[in-house]
Write a protein that binds this ligand. Structure first.
Ligand code: MG
Length: 239
């Protein structure tokens, strides 16, 4: 049997990277391009709470607001336009998003341990899989994640944890349902989603939510950022 690996499930936006709003603008542009009449009738694209939300949850809510029939074909059409805006926005001159502090060092260290599968880094994100791939490719970190669960697996983030664990089990060809799991994320929704499947959670105040607000949701560990790589590794049990 051997020891089960520790699954580290990373959120993307506000935790690993800051895209300077490239994703949010891509959403807004896609709604404006595809549904100009409905958007005009609402006086503009209605406000969207992006933090910690899944892309499919955002689309579902927006279709309801704009009075658009929700169907797989409508979603596919929306995602295709969204992804093209996302690619364009990331490459825009003057828009210089970046990896967040400590992320490069942290992922570099975790990669060294993956061979022995003591730890297995993956993604647990509200981004649809194709969007997650575009973002992590753009910032050069996609190779660090061999599995994940995404915003097109379910619109409710609280359902994504077990999906990630199943994908990790498939990847290693062994049952990881009782493996230790830590979720690393920057919003209250990341904390709730970890609790929903009994995972430990490290909250990081490197996104749009303050440490003070995150503290109110009682994460196991609360950090301002991931800058102190040796300290973070120790907290994750990977020192
Ligand atoms: Mg986030």
């Amino acid at each position: 049997m051997g020891t089960l690996p520790h699954l580290l499930l990373f959120d993307i936006d506000g935790t690993l990277i800051n895209t300077q709003g490239a994703g949010m603008r891509a959403f807004t542009s896609a709604f404006e391009q595809l549904y100009p009449e409905q958007v005009a009738a609402c006086g503009g694209v209605p406000g969207i709470d992006f933090s910690g939300s899944t892309d499919s949850g955002i689309v579902m809510g927006m279709f309801a607001e704009l009075g658009i029939d929700d169907s797989n074909s409508q979603r596919e059409r929306f995602y295709a336009v969204y992804l093209s805006f996302l690619r364009r926005n990331l490459g825009e001159p003057g828009i210089t998003g970046s990896l967040l502090g400590g992320v490069a060092g942290l992922l570099g260290h975790l990669a060294e341990d993956v061979g022995g599968t003591a730890v297995l880094p993956g993604l647990l994100t509200g981004n649809i899989a194709a969007g997650a791939r575009i973002k992590t490719d753009y910032y050069g970190i996609s190779g660090h994640f061999r599995f994940g669960s995404y915003g097109d697996d379910h619109h409710d983030r609280n359902q994504l944890g077990p999906v990630a664990v199943n994908r990790a089990s498939d990847l290693l060809g062994r049952d990881l349902s009782s493996a230790p799991v830590t979720v690393i994320g920057d919003t209250a929704k990341d904390i709730c989603c970890a609790r929903a499947f009994g995972a430990r959670v490290v909250a990081v105040a490197s996104g749009s939510i303050s440490a003070r607000e995150l503290a109110g949701h009682d994460p196991d560990v609360l950090l301002e950022n991931l800058d102190d790589v040796p300290g973070v590794l120790a907290l994750l049990g990977v020192d």
